[in-house]
Write a protein that binds this ligand. Sequence first.
Ligand code: NAI
Length: 479
Amino acid sequence: MVIQKICCLGAGYVGGPTCSVIALKCPDIKVTVCDKSVDRINQWNSEKLPIYEPGLDDVVKQCRGRNLFFSTDIETSILEADLIFISVNTPTKTIGNGKGRAADLKYIEGAARMIAEIATSNKIVVEKSTVPVKAAEIIMKILRANTKPGVEYQILSNPEFLAEGTAIVDLVEAERVLIGGEETAEGQKAVQDLCWVYEHWIPAKNILTTNTWSSELSKLAANAFLAQRISSINSLSAVCEATGADVSEVARAVGRDSRIGPKFLEASIGFGGSCFQKDILNLIYLSECLNLPEVAAYWQQVVNLNDYQKTRFTRKVIESLFNTVADKKIAILGFSFKKNTGDTRESPAIYVASTLLDEGAKLHIYDPKVEHDQIFYELMHPLVTSEPERIQKGIEIHSSAYSAVSGAHAIVLCTEWDEFKTLDYKKIYEVMMKPAYIFDGRKILDHEALLNIGFHVQTIGKRLSRTSSIRAQGSQTMP
Ligand code: NAI
């Protein structure tokens, strides 16, 4: 089959950018991205896209209306498509069996049922969402049990490895594309059809093909490895603070070993985002179901360490502020889970902010890209607080860092946005309460300069003190 029309179910952080890049690179293919949320589709068709992602606006502008369409007409899109990406959300279950760990596959199941109900011709159905191993079997069962006469399906696994904040570059210059399929002749033919789509711009050597289960597991494994690196360096950051070692120096030294490599060794307040925690929990649950408790316990520790890091940092903030933040004005800089995205899902800032609010602090929050309503949504969510009205009164959202910090007792930096590095901290110091504190949860600021201005500075994985800074300064001026 030559793929002429692609339908994508789910116009989120993955479906939107992925299909925009496919449309850009495959002008001969018509790509329609569908969502059941009218609001989301309207935003994709507007000037202000529903997600912030560097470079995305340009790609959408080039292709939208040409061979890229955003639509709520799921039926037409499925009917005409040769290949359907399922790119729906797969959150952690919040109720029932496996609650808090297992992936909730209700949206995947919903998508499969929609396809079965609507399709009248053969389709290649591609799991783009991150799913537990063997999810393709569920999709296949639903499709085959509901299929119309003469309609045949091939299910492929094609997990997405993009990272938010660099999604467009990740898609355009993908280090690898992974495609898993059935080891039958029809399965392998479908794999080749999808390879052909990617080969429009990805070198064939970067396209890996495996069996379906390896492909599904590889995505969980990749996220588990990445999160594990963060928890590993974060665990060492606690050792550094207790001993006087500097975690950045340790990371530099360790990362020089080519077997380890320097990337993803930044200590911080912990990982966030919609995927790492969810996918590790998914792997833990899978291991438990497979009666592999040691494997489950191993990966559980990666999540535990991440929770520990967030708690440790927040405790440090409270203890430094004389063990009480009640009625103190605290500026939170950054609310997204990392820079260059407006996504707040599982952002460490949520834990930091909600704990400070519980302690009675008044929070003045600024993030360059997160919508104001989204911050209220996260902090007033029933899973976060049982007192949304009290919480609401404790929050003020600002449109600039300078207005957020004015009159504050402390700044807590939660996201590594570049603009925070170049703020005028002398000016900021002048308008803050004294003693003025900065807690740099991302290790991005010039701590010596801040100490010299007069700030009390705390960061991750390094002991800082005003006296040591003054001593260092003095020694530099000695002949
Ligand atoms: P998202 O929540 O941003 O988007 C999912 C969209 O699917 C929503 O807009 C929802 O309305 C829509 N949807 C649900 N059921 C539908 C149906 N039956 N028909 C049409 N639309 C439907 O989720 P996101 O972040 O795009 O993630 C999607 C999947 O990709 C997840 O499995 C995630 O784990 C995985 N993934 C996410 C990455 C990320 O950075 N966000 C990276 C790699 C994989």
